[in-house]
Ligand binder design. Structure first.
Ligand SMILES: C[S@@+](CC[C@H](N)C(=O)[O-])C[C@H]1O[C@@H](n2cnc3c(N)ncnc32)[C@H](O)[C@@H]1O
Length: 257
């Protein structure tokens, strides 16, 4: 991508353009209530949820999962680094008459100690290196109460491939074009993705870079152990049943403190 295309206002992940882009596209970028609901029997069983649990949804976006937890009577706190997403989440939550505390924050800087019995990531578990992963897992471990459970989805690097198209232009609204470009390096498991949004009305260009590393399953296990988790299980993605390393391109992880 060529920087001379214009002024790039932000270059990190999870910021204004990503938020706005998501919000504009909200209906199909965030999961539908039916999709979210469908997986709750799995979460409830795999995470042994009880109404006494204190759940943190890390990277809650507009709160689609947090609201389903609340509808089912669980105490949930939603955290996201995007104030735009959180204000949308608050609006919808109020409309539905639900009680959810939303916190603006970066989950890589989780400073809680033994505060939650469940930490839940859905579509929001990102790390940039092995060190970054260990640090995130350590912070999560610290924020969990004794017997607390951590949940996230992880890719199976040995068979996962990004879905084509790797780059395309799309007209989002009358005056906005978005270029999405994704690259994946199989040798180091690094996924690089960029969105370039051009607002033709204001002539402003916004860029969001997304960089994510996918460690191998054996490395993930080492990281979990390094962070203090010795009791963990890999499931099929959002389904009861053991992860099959030969056939499953993603899997769900439940780790207990
Ligand atoms: C694909 S969305 C998923 C949102 C929500 N979990 C869902 O499935 O509807 C990823 C979310 O993670 C948030 N996010 C990414 N990195 C984050 C971080 N370090 N701290 C807090 N939120 C983060 C983004 O702002 C975004 O809302």
């Amino acid at each position: 991508m060529n920087d001379s295309l214009g002024e790039f206002l932000r270059t990190d992940f999870g910021h204004e353009v990503y938020d706005r882009w998501y919000l504009e596209q909200g209906s199909y970028n965030f999961e539908t209530p039916a999709f979210v609901r469908r997986h709750f029997p799995f979460y409830e069983k795999a995470l042994l949820l009880s109404k006494d649990d204190k759940i943190l949804e890390a990277g809650c976006g507009i709160g689609s999962y947090a609201r389903e937890f609340a509808r089912r009577g669980y105490h949930v706190v939603g955290m996201d680094m995007s104030s735009n997403f959180l204000s949308e989440a608050r609006k919808i939550t109020q409309r539905e008459n639900l009680e959810i505390e939303y916190v603006l924050g970066d989950y890589n800087e989780l400073g809680f100690e033994e505060k939650f019995s469940v930490i839940f990531f859905e579509g929001s578990f990102f790390y940039r290196s092995k060190e970054g992963l260990v640090s995130l897992l350590k912070r999560s471990y610290k924020a969990l109460m004794p017997n607390g459970r951590l949940y996230f989805v992880h890719k199976n690097r040995s068979i996962w491939k990004p879905r084509p198209p790797m780059a395309n232009w799309s007209e989002i609204k009358k005056n906005v074009f978005v270029l999405q470009k994704a690259e994946y390096d199989e040798s180091d498991g690094i996924e690089r993705c960029a969105w370039l949004k051009i607002d033709l009305e204001t002539q402003k260009h916004y860029r969001c870079d997304f960089f994510n590393q996918h460690l191998r399953t054996d490395e993930l296990k080492d990281c979990l152990v390094a962070a203090g988790f010795t009791d963990f299980r890999f499931y099929k993605k959002r389904r009861l049943g053991d992860f099959d390393p030969q056939n499953d391109s993603d899997f769900s992880v439940v780790a207990q403190k």
